[in-house]
Write a new protein. Structure first.
Length: 629
């Protein structure tokens, strides 16, 4: 075996090996067509190599003619596979040039079997046996075919296609694209130019040497295989990193108690990580579907969860939902789900998401609310303790009236001729005084009552009037004048009546303490519309608040009073924030301080019933001027 036969055999074997590798890669992933066309290219090179070796070893002109004619068949597949590979893998090269290459190569194959011994020779008359670098080779002697220009034209078009693809790769930019342009583009140019020049010389009889197509094709196969191999290695690296990332993600998800899931509405199948099965408390053998999971959801939350996922599917948006899961052994688990709908061509959207166990958070929130309500209740009790003298006086008045009227009625009844009309009027007064005392006690019990927050639509003036009744006598005893400035037509607010009264009570009592010892003893309680909300204000005529304490006074246990607990304003800010509002303080230019808090108004289309008197015009400012204890 000569060195040429040995080299051609080794290159053919290497090409077959590469072809087998990429055929396997394509079978694993049929969508990656670049591997298939590389397989077609690499598998065609050994077939052409066999024809080339038969031509080199031909003993007669007939043998050479047969080998030369049939060599065009694998050559056709080499060129076509090469062109399609470049278009598929590199997405480069103009399509019309590619069609020109394939078309002229197909015409070459047709002419090869219809115009003489081959497309290159009309007739091969003889062969010449010579040596090339110590190896015996055979070269033809015969009449050139006029159709030989067709394969040469195909080669020129192929060269133009390769050059165009190489330039496109280079212009695409990036290290990877330019490396491919230099490596693959250079190999392709070498594969086309060298055989084109040497083939013309051998065909014309100017050079006695074997055609180097197998070697040139092998260079291209190695260059392309190198690039595809890099891609395979990159995929393997990414796959390893992906597995490592999945392990890390799974570890993080387990640490955070997260469950991953996806729902395919077309197949009605749910995929869920193992943690999801634990959270929903389903059997490992349960076929997961939307209905199977909804069956585990608390009946009170089931419709809301179903509507949220359906809306996300229709709008291709996100959804967040908190719901309860009824456990098989009894009890309830709170879960929070967040998902995103994804569009898919020709199929309903797919939803992916995560679920988190928030049972502990819900319990802590509940405990925090209970503690906040407890603290608010204690603050109310403390405030009412300060008002105890006034409240006792307010209750004592109707009780004394009842006693006096009852004694008078007894005296009238002991007369010989009792005046029944007078007795009737006295009894009516007793009833009125009883109602008045009962109303005082009712308001007092409401303020002292412990319980959960009960929010409802509240008329601003009703809330202010209730506070005024409670503080009336204390203001008289302190010789303080309170003005009210309530705007007309204020929209109702949504809140807890007792807690909002507590805020106003605390602010008014603080204002009373602030003006203790001042000559101007006035407080203004106002309410007006502002930026889609109702703004309440309590303004005093005292010395004001030190600039550095405007925010600190709202911190727990910070008080400017000698015997203050430092909880009142902190509780007030917490209550206002829980109602979606904001509480702050500011000093007035002429002296004194103003406490302001905003409460959002109820939307016009809210599904609630307006309280009685909500549209009632404001009365004249309530003024205690002239009244004294």
């Amino acid at each position: 075996m000569t060195w040429i036969e040995l080299a051609w055999t080794m290159m053919a074997s290497a090409s077959l090996t590469l072809a087998g590798i990429h055929l396997f890669a394509w079978l694993k992933n049929r969508s990656d067509r670049a591997h298939f066309w590389f397989f077609a290219l690499a598998a065609s090179v050994p077939l052409f190599s066999v024809m080339e070796v038969l031509a080199i070893e031909a003993r007669t002109a007939a043998e050479y003619a047969v080998a030369s004619r049939w060599a065009q068949v694998p050559l056709f597949f080499v060129v076509v596979s090469f062109v399609i590979f470049v278009r598929t893998y590199f997405n480069a090269g103009r399509a019309w040039i590619a069609y020109g290459v394939v078309g002229t190569r197909a015409l070459t194959l047709l002419l090869n079997f219809t115009t003489g011994d081959s497309v290159l020779h009309t007739r091969i008359a003889d062969v010449v046996h010579t040596t090339f670098w110590g190896a015996a080779v055979t070269t033809p002697v015969g009449e050139l075919s006029p159709w030989a220009l067709v394969p040469q034209a195909s080669n020129v078009l192929l060269l133009a296609f390769v050059a165009d693809a190489t330039v496109a790769l280079w212009r695409r930019g990036g290290a990877t694209a330019r490396r491919r342009a230099l490596l693959v583009g250079g190999a392709l140019v070498f594969c086309v130019v060298v055989p084109l020049v040497l083939g013309l010389a051998i065909t014309a009889g100017l050079l006695r040497a074997p055609t180097p197509l197998t070697a040139c094709f092998f260079v291209v196969v190695v260059a392309m295989g190198y690039e595809l191999g890099r891609d395979v290695l990159e995929v393997a690296r990414l796959s390893t990193e992906l597995r490592e990332s999945e392990r890390r993600t799974d570890l993080a998800a387990r640490a955070a108690e997260l469950a991953f899931w996806s729902w395919d509405p077309q197949l009605n199948e749910v995929w869920m990580s193992p943690k999801g099965g634990e959270l929903f408390d389903v059997e490992p053998t349960t076929h997961l579907s939307r209905e199977a999971l909804l069956a585990r959801v608390h009946a009170g939350d089931r419709d809301a969860l179903r509507d949220a996922t359906q809306r996300a599917l229709q709008e291709l948006g996100q959804f967040e939902q908190e719901f309860r899961v009824v456990l098989r052994h009894g009890g309830v688990r709170w879960l929070a789900a967040r998902g995103q709908a994804e569009a898919r061509a020709g199929a309903p959207a797919l939803i992916r998401g995560v679920t988190l166990d928030i049972t502990v958070r819900r319990r802590l929130e509940r405990e925090a609310i209970e503690q906040r309500n407890e603290l608010a209740h204690l603050a109310r009790v403390a405030t009412l303790g300060e008002l105890s003298g006034s409240l006792a006086h307010e209750i004592n008045q109707p009780l004394m009236g009842i006693l006096s009227n009852a004694q008078a009625a007894l005296r009238f009844m002991t007369a010989e001729r009792p005046d029944l009309d007078e007795v009737r009027d006295i009894l009516a007064d007793i009833v009125e005084d009883d109602k008045r005392a009962g109303e005082v006690i009712r308001r007092l019990r409401a303020l002292l009552k412990k319980g959960e927050v009960q929010r409802s639509l509240l008329d601003v003036r009703d809330v202010v009037d209730d506070v005024m009744r409670v503080t009336r006598n204390d203001l008289l005893n302190r010789d303080i004048v309170l003005h009210t400035d309530i705007a007309t037509g204020l929209a109702p607010v949504l809140g807890d009546r007792i807690q909002l009264q507590q805020v106003l009570l605390n602010l008014i009592m603080n204002a009373c303490d602030a003006i203790h010892g001042s000559e101007a003893r006035e407080i203004i309680l106002g309410a007006r519309a502002r930026d889609g909300a109702v703004e309440f204000t309590v303004t005093d005529s005292g010395p004001g608040i030190p600039q550095g304490n405007l925010e600190r006074i709202f911190e727990p246990f910070v008080s400017t009073k000698e015997h203050g607990t430092g909880l009142g304003l902190s509780v007030c800010r917490t209550i206002v924030a829980a109602h979606g509002g904001r509480l702050w303080a500011e000093n007035q230019e002429g002296g004194g301080a103003t406490f302001r808090f905003l409460l959002p108004v109820v939307a016009a289309d809210a599904d609630v019933t307006s309280p009685a008197g909500a549209d009632r015009p404001a009365t004249q400012p309530w003024r205690h001027a002239g009244e004294r204890a």
